[in-house]
Design a protein around this ligand. Structure first.
Ligand SMILES: [Fe+2]
Length: 244
């Protein structure tokens, strides 16, 4: 009798592109130095990601990044990657906090979107939803952007209010899973929420949200353990179809 063995999945190459990572040096709470950036990028490449989207925080007061300063840092980092012989493709976008600064950028058409569908990654405080969340999501789509809400499983106020998440989805918002949420890295409540959303097929995207090497090590352990990997491989994440 023939027996078929499925090859064990030990990296994230099936996702191709990581759409959420804090890889630019010195612009937010991610990589601090160029060496940090190169180490993180090399490690994500070893984990199977062929291309990476740098998504530094753009957040009034805390991380007042602009397109101009981010483009400058990105350009220098690309040169350093070439010198270091790292073959990964690194594209620039941002993770936008839904605050009044975001509204200005949206109204003045200054958002750094990516892909054919003009995707824009957005986030909120973990404690309270953005006061004008629905308005932002609506306006983004009127302006022909496709909003992606980063790590919805991490927003505490939705843990007992899944109907609210369903309502955001019905409004056309995409959701992005933080891979480490499934491992309990952010706590058991977040893990349970991620499991539930995954089972209900609520995610369109997956990302690492990498800030540091500790997270990369946790991703390596996740991949090596094999737990979740087959489920993730079979899940129809849009990452797999994305060519930036
Ligand atoms: Fe992030």
């Amino acid at each position: 009798m023939f027996q078929f063995f499925q090859k064990k999945i030990t990296d994230f190459s099936f996702l191709r592109t990581d759409i959420h990572a804090h890889l630019l040096p010195g612009v937010d709470d991610g990589a601090k130095t160029t060496d940090d950036s190169l180490n993180l990028i090399r490690s994500l490449h070893e984990l199977g990601f062929h291309s990476l989207l740098a998504t530094p925080h753009v957040m009034a007061h805390y991380y007042p990044n602009t397109r101009a300063n981010l483009e400058g840092v990105h350009e220098l980092l690309i040169k350093d990657m070439e010198k270091a012989g790292i073959p990964t493709e690194l594209r620039l976008s941002a993770e936008y906090m839904l605050d009044p600064n975001f509204e200005d950028l949206l109204q003045t058409n200054q958002l750094m979107s990516w892909g054919d569908a003009r995707y824009v990654l957005v986030e909120m405080s973990y404690i309270a939803p953005a006061p004008r969340l629905e308005t932002y999501l609506f306006t983004l789509q009127v302006k022909q952007y496709q909003p992606i809400l980063a790590h919805p499983e991490r927003y505490l106020f939705y843990h007992d209010n899944f109907d609210k998440l369903k309502a955001l989805k019905a409004m056309g918002c995409h959701f992005q899973l933080n891979l480490l949420s499934l491992t309990g890295y952010y706590g058991s409540h977040v893990r349970r929420s991620a499991e539930k959303m995954l089972k209900k097929g609520m995610y369109e995207w997956a990302g690492t949200d990498t800030h540091n090497l500790r997270q990369v090590e946790a991703l390596k352990s996740m991949a090596a353990s094999g737990q979740w990997m087959t489920t993730l491989l079979r899940y129809p994440f849009l990452n797999q179809k994305l060519y930036l």
